[in-house]
Each structure stands twice: as structure tokens, then as C-alpha cells.
Design a protein around this ligand. Structure first.
Ligand code: ADP
Ligand code: MG
Length: 143
């Protein structure tokens, strides 16, 4: 049974020209890409996407960061997608991330950490729906 997760190549990694490397790591790890786009988030969009972090001390910095340039949301599908993708990206802070993970290789620091990954199946569906319409998700393409 294939599960879904939402990846985002964040503005720092787009600026640092790591788009190709990161997508390559994702597809080599066995994820299918269901939908993908490049988008420069407005402040209102970023605030809505990260609403769960509203009370966190880093919230305003996070909104500034995520609106600082274009990012690339990617809807992914794979068995055990949420957990496997979080394993592939590594810990939030790249100094704590395992060798060979996307954040270890491409993040600048704990804030500018190259990629996003959903933290549960429920949030994955909510986050995918935030960026993509039903029509944009290639529902039966890989079957
Ligand atoms: P993750 O992205 O690993 O799920 P969180 O959901 O806790 O991490 O945080 C969301 C994002 O907020 C992080 O990816 C990072 O960009 C930023 N962030 C988290 N913690 C901090 C912090 N202490 N200082 C600055 N930015 C942070
Ligand atoms: Mg998170």
C-alpha cells in the first residue's frame, strides 16, 4: 500500500543550486513523484502552511525564510513514505543529521535546512492538498 508525503526543496537549497541533486536522491531512494511545482510563497501562504508552529519562537524567522525565494513542493508516494523520507532527509539540525542524508549534505544550518518533510500521514495529506489540486496529482500514473 503506497503512502504519501510532502517534500519541499526550500529557498536556500534552490538558491544554492541543489535542486537536481536533491530530486535525484529522492527518486533513487524509491519515491515516485506525484506532483511538483516551483512557487514563491506569499507571507499569507507561508503563515497558513506553518500554522502549527505559530507559538514557536522561530515562527517569524521561518516565515521570512520560506518567503525569501522560490521553493519546490513535491508530492511523493512510496510504502512507508513519511518515515522513509524523514530518514532520507535526516535531523532538523544538519550537525545532528546522519552522514549521507539530504540535510547533512545540503543544509546550511538548523534554520536554513534545505528540505521539508511531513511528520505524519495525516499532515502529509493536508500539506499535499495545500499545494496541489486533485487534477495536479497523477493519481494512477505509476499503477
Ligand atoms: P522539521 O522540518 O525537521 O520537521 P520542525 O517542524 O521542528 O522541523 O521545524 C520546522 C522548520 O522550522 C525547520 O525545518 C527549520 O527550518 C525551522 N526551525 C526549527 N527549529 C528552529 C530553530 N530552533 N531556529 C530556527 N529555525 C528553526
Ligand atoms: Mg516539521
Amino acid at each position: 500500500m503506497a503512502n504519501k508525503t510532502l517534500a519541499i526543496i526550500k529557498p536556500d537549497a534552490v538558491k544554492d543550486n541543489y535542486i537536481g541533486e536533491i530530486i535525484s536522491m529522492i527518486t533513487k531512494a524509491g519515491f515516485n513523484i506525484k506532483a511538483m511545482k516551483m512557487i514563491h510563497l506569499t507571507k499569507a501562504q507561508a503563515q497558513k502552511f506553518y500554522e502549527v508552529h505559530k507559538e514557536r519562537p522561530f515562527y517569524n524567522d521561518l516565515i521570512d525564510y520560506m518567503t525569501s525565494g522560490p521553493c519546490i513542493p513535491i508530492a511523493l508516494e512510496k510504502e512507508n513514505a513519511v518515515e522513509d523520507y524523514r530518514k532520507l532527509i535526516g535531523a532538523t539540525d544538519p550537525t545532528q543529521a546522519e552522514e549521507g542524508t539530504i540535510r547533512k549534505l545540503y543544509a546550511r544550518n538548523k534554520q536554513f535546512n534545505a528540505v521539508h518533510g511531513s511528520d505524519s500521514d495525516e499532515n502529509a495529506l493536508r500539506e499535499i492538498a495545500f499545494f496541489f489540486s486533485e487534477k495536479e496529482l497523477l493519481e494512477n500514473y505509476y499503477d
